[in-house]
Design a protein around this ligand. Structure first.
Ligand code: SF4
Ligand code: SF4
Length: 483
């Protein structure tokens, strides 16, 4: 057993309101500079839709990620020979038009225009060439909130039921926030000929060494989530850094901190690195189970000992034990990996959306056995769609998660209305009262410090004497300032 620790983010899709506060806070801190204008390390897509860059999920086009080839995994686009052949040309890489040409407005003209008969306007110009643009043809959220439009929904590869987009009353919509998944088997790292991308040992964050990167862009092609970007000004690759300067001091990521819907959870998972490869050789529909098997119980003493031998500190073990992420991914099995069939073993997980809770229009409000909410198969977000997005096509996995969420809502609703508590509702979905209490806190009233449990990494933060001190980060921690 090779026990390692990983920082992980979970997103509760039911609670995302598509406000983009996360994207803006990330942009302001990390990519508000030359060459990075078109980059959104955190972006929020409307689903069904084509996303950013357009159609990134379609590996027939982009050839990212890994494929299981008998007893081995291989990068979909490249073997060794393939690497040499494509050294100077990346045929599968998204082009600028697949993202969008970044633009701004010439606001100075509103003040400085010469006197004339017409109202001055702020003309649009390209942030790359500096030239005026006759027309804006795309933006980072060009199809924002437009999943009702067949134009975009029809292009979503997860939506195989065309009837849904033909019949307005069956259409549904949800948001999908995305960051780099800091994968356990990162295709970006494996594809880099310069070894500039690496997964660091202490927390599993995947980073690009800017001094080593030669700008080959294999990483951009190989990442199936298209979360490595090329800075046209510096000629280097760039990507989400999981806000490591913040997490190292025990603060959560800027996107999670600013999240208006409070949909994000950040915490530690312990996993067995020796099991990763074998797990990823499983068929698509067994990959969620394989993911869960790789994650280890942080309360098990033998696992804690193995972790200590690998240098995992007591603070990290304590954080792993309290981890909201462990509860949501493994203990209660509610959070699922995004496109596990890309076989990078992503370390960002998603609780699938029940919303809208309403069933399809025109039906007779067919309710679940115990109650208030619609029966599973009557939910507007079709199980097949969610299974394609989050479970390698396994509908049973998604149905089991949704059944738990419905049971939890039904039970807590009863309790909050002072009706007799019916634990049978929970038992039917594999939960109990203690689980309901914990999940209810996490989903609703749990505060920042329950949703984000991040062990500090800097020595002055880890040392209990310094933490009690009257200066520096000790003060910030005590007062909660700086969070
Ligand atoms: S999401 Fe892409 S860029 Fe991020 S670690 Fe995984 S393969 Fe690499
Ligand atoms: S800030 Fe939170 S609620 Fe708003 S779009 Fe981002 S993830 Fe969704």
């Amino acid at each position: 057993m090779d026990v390692r620790a990983q920082l992980v983010m979970v997103f509760n899709l039911d609670k995302c309101i598509g406000c983009h506060a996360c994207s803006i806070s990330c942009k302001n801190i990390w990519t508000d500079r030359k060459g990075a204008e078109y980059m959104w390390w955190n972006n929020v897509e409307t689903k069904p839709g084509v996303g950013y860059p357009k159609k990134w999920e379609d590996q027939k086009v982009f050839k990212g990620g890994w494929v299981a080839d008998g007893k081995n995994l291989r990068l979909r686009a490249m073997g060794k020979g393939g690497t040499l052949l494509s050294m100077f040309f990346q045929p599968n890489m998204p082009k600028l038009e697949d993202y969008y040409e970044p633009f701004d407005f010439d606001y100075g003209n509103l003040y400085g225009a010469k006197e004339g008969n017409d109202q001055p306007v702020a003309e649009v110009f390209s942030q790359i060439s500096g030239e005026k643009m006759a027309e804006i043809k795309g933006g980072p959220n060009w199809d924002d909130d437009l999943s009702g439009s067949p134009l975009y929904a029809a292009e979503d590869i997860n939506l195989d039921d065309r009837k849904i987009i033909e019949e307005y009353d069956t259409m549904f919509m949800q948001y999908l926030p995305r960051i780099c998944n800091h994968c356990l088997n990162p295709a970006c790292v494996a594809s880099c000929p310069s070894r500039a991308i690496y997964k660091r040992g202490e927390d599993g964050v995947v980073l690009v060494d800017q001094n080593v990167c030669k700008g080959w862009r294999f990483c951009t092609s190989a990442c199936p989530y298209k979360k490595v970007y090329f800075n046209w000004n510096s000629g280097k690759a760039e990507k989400c850094i999981f806000c490591f300067p913040r997490t190292e001091t025990g603060q959560c990521n800027a996107c999670a901190h600013s999240c208006v819907g409070r949909i994000r959870y950040v915490g530690v998972l312990l996993y067995d690195a020796e099991q990763v490869e074998q797990a990823l050789l499983k068929p698509d529909d067994q990959l969620v189970e394989a993911h869960r098997a790789v994650i280890l119980d942080p309360r098990d003493e033998s696992i804690r000992d193995a972790a200590r031998k690998n240098g995992v500190s007591e603070q990290w073990l304590e954080a792993a034990e309290k981890s909201p992420v462990y509860a949501l991914v493994k203990e209660f099995g509610l959070a699922l990996p995004l496109h596990p069939e890309f076989r990078t073993m992503p370390m960002a997980y998603y609780i699938p959306s029940l919303s809208p809770v309403l069933s399809t229009l025109g039906d007779t409000h067919e309710l679940a056995e115990h109650g208030t909410f619609p029966a599973l198969e009557k939910l507007r977000a079709p199980i097949g769609y969610l299974a394609s997005l989050l479970a390698g096509g396994n509908r049973e996995v998604v149905a089991s998660v949704l059944a738990k969420l419905i049971a939890l809502r039904g039970y807590m609703r009863g309790r909050n209305l002072n009706e007799p508590a019916d634990e049978a509702i929970l038992k039917g979905a594999g939960l109990d009262e203690a689980a309901a209490g914990r999940l209810y806190r996490l989903f609703t009233i749990g505060g920042h410090d329950e949703r984000n449990i991040i062990p500090p990494q800097q020595r002055e933060e880890q040392d209990p004497h310094t933490r009690k001190g009257a200066s520096g980060f000790g003060i910030l921690k005590k007062t909660g300032r700086g969070r």
